[in-house]
Every structure is written in structure tokens, then in C-alpha cells.
Design a protein around this ligand. Structure first.
Ligand SMILES: [Fe+2]
Length: 158
């Protein structure tokens, strides 16, 4: 790999911005919540918090859904799916349910629920299976299929 190519993260993804390498979680939080900061820097904070992986970082990422940027909120949902911490579920359920929320954020929140693989997301995913926005209904269908698939894989272990 040459130095000019973005790195693959521990999550197997090539992220749109490399994780911030300096600073504390508190500093990442500050940059993440700073509406004046460059989007690249805010995303670097997102990926640093994801890599930190603590419950505190999940909480910080969840709190950043107050951000004005739909792109950033979409990214938050994406990394919360990667982190697979059920602690994020109430926030993700709320994002999917919010008719004022951007469709791509709702799509990503649904997919994150599938990635987290917790059956408690089923009722909300089922409720939006018939949503008129295909990005939402299709994401709910995929997430429910993923939950089914994981359950079957679990049974087949025994
Ligand atoms: Fe997406």
C-alpha cells in the first residue's frame, strides 16, 4: 500500500477521513460538536471515537445527532452500526422514527440496527417496512433479513 492511499480501518472499511490521531476523547467530542469546524475534521473525530469503542464514545456519537449536517448524522449512524453496541439502539430507533429526519440518516439508522443484531429493533423496523420512501422501507427489509439470518446462523451452531 502506498502512502497516498487511504488506510483500511480495523472495521474493514475505507473511511472518508482518517481517524484523528491526537487528542483526548473530550477533544474529539468538542470538534465533533463544533458546527464551525471543517467536515473533514469532524469526521476524523467520528472515526477516532469509533476506534476508541468505549460506551462513553457511543454516547458522544449519539449526542452528535443534534448536528445540523445530515451527512454527518448519516456517518454517525454508520459508525454506530460498525461498533455494534446495543447502547446506541434507543437513539437509532428515534432517528428512524423521526419523519423530520433526512431519509439517508433514517436509511443508515435502519441498517445499523441490522448490524447491531438485536431483536429489540424488530418492532420499529417492521413498522417502517411500508414507508413510502424506498430508502427507508428497503433498509428496514434488509435489516430484518439480517436479523433473521443471524438468528438462523445462531441455531445452526447447536
Ligand atoms: Fe448509507
Amino acid at each position: 500500500m502506498t502512502s497516498s492511499t487511504p488506510e483500511v480501518s480495523d472495521y474493514g472499511s475505507v473511511d472518508p477521513a482518517p481517524p484523528a490521531t491526537h487528542g483526548s476523547s473530550a477533544q474529539h467530542r468538542e470538534v465533533l460538536l463544533d458546527e464551525q469546524a471543517r467536515m473533514f475534521e469532524r469526521m476524523r473525530a467520528v472515526f477516532a471515537l469509533r476506534n476508541d469503542g468505549s460506551d462513553g464514545s457511543v454516547d458522544t456519537l449519539c449526542s452528535a445527532f443534534s448536528s445540523k449536517s445530515a451527512l454527518l448524522r448519516h456517518e454517525l449512524a454508520y459508525v454506530l452500526g460498525q461498533m455494534q453496541n446495543p447502547r446506541a439502539l434507543p437513539t437509532l430507533w428515534e432517528r428512524l422514527e423521526d419523519e423530520e429526519e433526512h431519509v439517508m440518516v433514517r436509511h443508515e439508522a435502519a441498517e445499523a440496527m441490522g448490524a447491531i443484531g438485536d431483536g429489540r429493533s424488530r418492532p420499529v423496523l417492521e413498522r417502517f417496512l411500508t414507508h413510502p420512501a424506498a430508502e427507508i422501507s428497503e433498509s428496514c427489509e434488509v435489516a430484518l433479513d439480517l436479523l433473521d439470518w443471524c438468528e438462523r446462523a445462531e441455531w445452526n451452531k447447536d
